[in-house]
Design a protein around this ligand. Structure first.
Ligand SMILES: NC(=O)c1ccc[n+]([C@@H]2O[C@H](COP(=O)([O-])OP(=O)(O)OC[C@H]3O[C@@H](n4cnc5c(N)ncnc54)[C@H](OP(=O)(O)O)[C@@H]3O)[C@@H](O)[C@H]2O)c1
Length: 240
């Protein structure tokens, strides 16, 4: 079995085994350099994945109902979040955007196939021009969209499997909240010394650290693919 099929099978098994009811199963997937950078600095785009890893990313997208990024990624990369390098359906595009900074010129607001769901704080919701629906949700204590409220709303609206692609603030926020179930990480053989994918999780040295359970890895082209399930050692954690 080739690696793409192996990871697909693994993911489907983990999903079936996970007992999650009030939110989607969350797969975190992004590319980093071997020093853990996802780009040079916030606001700059950097292609890290090789052609084979990019195909894997598109395959993973096709296995999810929804794909979520932060507004920082939209403003920097202007992504389409479609499935192009693999046969399959594109997932529902979703953006976390507390203050509604989404430009109506963004490619996500110009897709013919799907309207982008822009999750913002209640009170900031107003109509956006283009192919986008703005959804007002509860804020968290820092004034951002509350992730638990967002995931609950997504589940209620048909998203059972969610892929989170970044960027750094969103990756960190999901990990800090214990809301990542599975990780598929591309590690490119480059050294960037830039913006780290995972920021401060505020875990003390004497506390149990989040771990990857039953971690596996394999080379794909020049990149190393690493995958496993997250264990947080907390009662709220979902171990799969
Ligand atoms: N290598 C990769 O795989 C990869 C993937 C994606 C992105 N990137 C790179 O990552 C960089 C962007 O990362 P970034 O950290 O600047 O931005 P980001 O994580 O894409 O977006 C962060 C923004 O999302 C909004 N947000 C709303 N609710 C949030 C919540 N609960 N938690 C966290 N954020 C929330 C916040 O803006 P508001 O407060 O205004 O809502 C926040 O500033 C770009 O340079 C991009 O190229 C790399």
């Amino acid at each position: 079995m080739n690696l793409n099929r192996q990871i697909e099978r693994w993911l489907l098994v983990q999903r079936r085994a996970a007992a999650i009811h009030n939110r989607p199963f969350v797969t975190l997937s992004y590319a980093q350099s071997w020093d853990g950078s996802i780009t040079t600095r916030a606001g700059e785009s950097l292609g890290l994945s090789g052609a084979e890893s990019l195909r894997l990313t598109h395959q993973l997208r096709s296995l999810h109902d929804g794909i979520l990024v932060g507004i920082g990624t939209v403003l920097t990369d202007d992504p389409q979040l479609t499935v192009r390098e693999w046969p399959g359906h594109s997932p529902q595009p979703i953006v976390l955007d507390s203050s509604l900074r989404m430009p109506s010129s963004a490619r996500l607001c110009r897709r013919d196939d799907k309207r982008c769901w822009v999750l913002t704080r209640a009170g900031h919701d107003r109509q956006l021009a283009g192919q986008a629906d703005v959804i007002g949700l509860a804020g968290d204590p820092t004034g951002r969209v509350d992730l638990f409220a967002a995931l609950q709303w997504l589940k209620q609206h048909g998203i059972r499997h969610l892929m989170v692609e970044g960027g750094a603030e969103v990756i960190t926020a999901f990990l800090k909240a214990g809301l990542v179930d599975a990780l598929v990480l591309t590690i490119a053989p480059t050294l960037v010394g830039g913006l780290k994918g995972v920021g401060d999780l505020q875990v003390g040295a004497k506390q149990p650290l989040p771990r990857l359970h039953a971690m596996q890895s394999h080379m794909l082209g020049d990149d190393l693919i690493l995958w496993g399930c997250l264990q947080y050692h907390r009662e709220t954690a979902i171990a799969c």
